[in-house]
Write a protein that binds this ligand. Structure first.
Ligand code: ATP
Ligand code: MG
Length: 216
């Protein structure tokens, strides 16, 4: 395909990327929420969108099945970033990576005592690096979603998860006890496409950069 393919996930990434696409003159022909199509055409015959799982965006771009995509920093850390150029923080889908425990659990004390903590998370790499840097013994348990449940039923002592309003934590009587990092979504570009499709990609990158107010 000599046009460009952009990988996005449904939901907040798609919704928050729409205005940036519009700034680049790209308007999708349909909404992925309405249509079940995984390949969505745009007003420009040579630009198409593909709809993939949020955590699969870097993989499609890495292998060149998409030329560019939008992925959360959380997802990019777990992926590792091989084959990806990450020129731009889009400042969308903002949230925070946190450690949370059941209300009343004395996390600081558990750490001071050198306790082994069981941590349930989807973000193994982030969690491993975080606890290693603190010198905390953490046994990590991989989950794929609904991390908040794990400490409530004795699967883990704590979770590492994304938090925005904190409403889900609150509803499940959990408290955030540590802020690991701020998260937002970035533009990712296939490194080969950046060279081979420079003519097509440069204007899109420039429009995105302009729309998010970064000039570098
Ligand atoms: P899936 O729903 O397919 O299991 P996901 O939960 O990672 O995957 P989304 O919920 O669409 O997919 O999240 C996409 C990205 O948005 C995440 O990778 C993260 O960077 C960011 N994100 C996740 N939760 C929130 C939130 N509550 N508020 C703001 N941004 C968030
Ligand atoms: Mg989600």
């Amino acid at each position: 395909m000599d046009g460009i393919t952009i990988a996005l996930s449904k939901g907040r990434i798609f919704d928050e990327t729409l205005p940036l696409l519009a700034a680049a003159g790209i308007v999708p022909e349909e909404s992925p929420e309405q249509s079940r199509k995984l390949i969505i055409g745009t007003n420009g015959a040579k630009t198409r969108l593909i709809i993939v799982r949020a955590s699969d965006v870097p993989t499609y771009v890495q292998y060149g099945a998409a030329d560019l995509g939008v992925a959360g920093k959380d997802v990019l850390i777990e992926h590792g970033g091989a084959g990806l150029y990450q020129p731009l923080d889009l400042g969308i889908a903002k949230c925070r990576m946190m450690v949370a425990v059941p209300d009343g659990f004395d996390y600081e004390n558990a750490i001071r005592q050198g306790a082994r903590l069981r941590i349930a998370t989807k973000y193994l790499k982030t969690a491993r690096e975080h606890f290693a840097a603190k010198g905390v013994h953490a046994d990590l348990i991989k989950l794929y979603g609904s991390m908040e449940l794990a400490p409530l039923v004795g699967l883990s002592d704590a979770i590492v998860d994304l938090v925005s309003s904190g409403a889900t934590l609150k509803a499940n009587r959990l408290t955030a006890v540590e802020h690991i990092m701020d998260i937002s979504s970035r533009l990712v570009v296939n490194q080969a496409a950046l060279k081979l499709k420079r003519d097509r990609l440069d204007p899109v990158l420039a429009a995105f950069r302009n729309a998010v107010g970064q000039n570098s």
